[in-house]
Design a protein around this ligand. Structure first.
Ligand SMILES: [Zn+2]
Length: 224
């Protein structure tokens, strides 16, 4: 028995040489994601109305979800994607499941900026969808570089974002579900809807992995 434990421990140490040695959620020395953090990533579908756009989300963007997503997007921990993908897929499924209309729906993600794509070498949301066996259509592209959003008020974010996306390809008459990772003010999703509707698409809703908890009631769509 003792030998078995020692052998297992030695095996884990050996694996740690080639595999991530810390949990992407809490940073503890463990596997890619420890059991406690995996538990915190169980999705619970909720929805919010964003200026008439129904957005389904799986988590509050906080705690383990926040650190795992940050590790995945900007910490080089693409291995966390497999753990986060079910949460995004669940939001997509709920958004599609409760739609009243029938027929095919196209998933459309918000494009990464060119700089972000160069830095990462992949698009985080597109890769999460791939993990879940889903595929997004490249129906949007960035028209110009938007300024950094951090530190801006909801109103400035909206202004900064307005008109930065444009449709690409033929999407007139198509039914579209927007997919993104984090919902904060909603400015990005609303800009995506504006761009797609300007090309004649019908945006039926949106699915996101996590929503930033509201600290200022009423501020999500800028109407206070
Ligand atoms: Zn953990």
């Amino acid at each position: 028995m003792q030998t078995g434990i020692r052998l297992r421990s030695a095996l884990l140490d050996a694996l740690a040489v080639v595999a991530p040695t810390t949990c992407a959620g809490c940073g503890e020395h463990d596997r890619s994601l420890c059991d406690a953090c995996a538990g915190a990533l169980r999705p619970i579908a909720r929805e919010v109305d964003l200026d008439g756009l129904r957005v389904v989300y799986s988590h509050d963007y906080d705690g383990i979800v926040r650190s795992a997503l940050a590790a995945y997007k900007d910490g080089g921990r693409t291995d966390a994607g497999g753990h986060l993908a079910p949460s995004l897929a669940s939001a997509v499924a709920h958004a599609l499941g409760s739609t009243t209309s029938t027929g095919s729906v196209h998933l459309v993600t918000v494009p990464s900026s060119r700089a972000a794509f160069r830095a990462r070498g992949y698009t985080p949301v597109g890769l999460l969808l791939q993990h879940a066996g889903l595929r997004a259509e490249p129906a949007l592209r960035a028209r110009r570089q938007a300024a950094d959003q951090s530190g801006l008020t909801a109103a400035s974010r909206r202004q900064n974002r307005s008109g930065w996306l444009e449709p690409r390809g033929r999407i007139a008459g198509r039914r579209v579900l927007l997919v993104d990772d984090i919902l904060t003010t909603g400015a990005t999703l609303l800009e995506a809807r504006r761009a797609l509707e300007s090309a004649g698409a019908h945006v039926i809703g949106a699915a996101v992995l996590a929503r930033t908890p509201r600290r200022h009631p009423g501020s999500i769509n800028g109407r206070r």
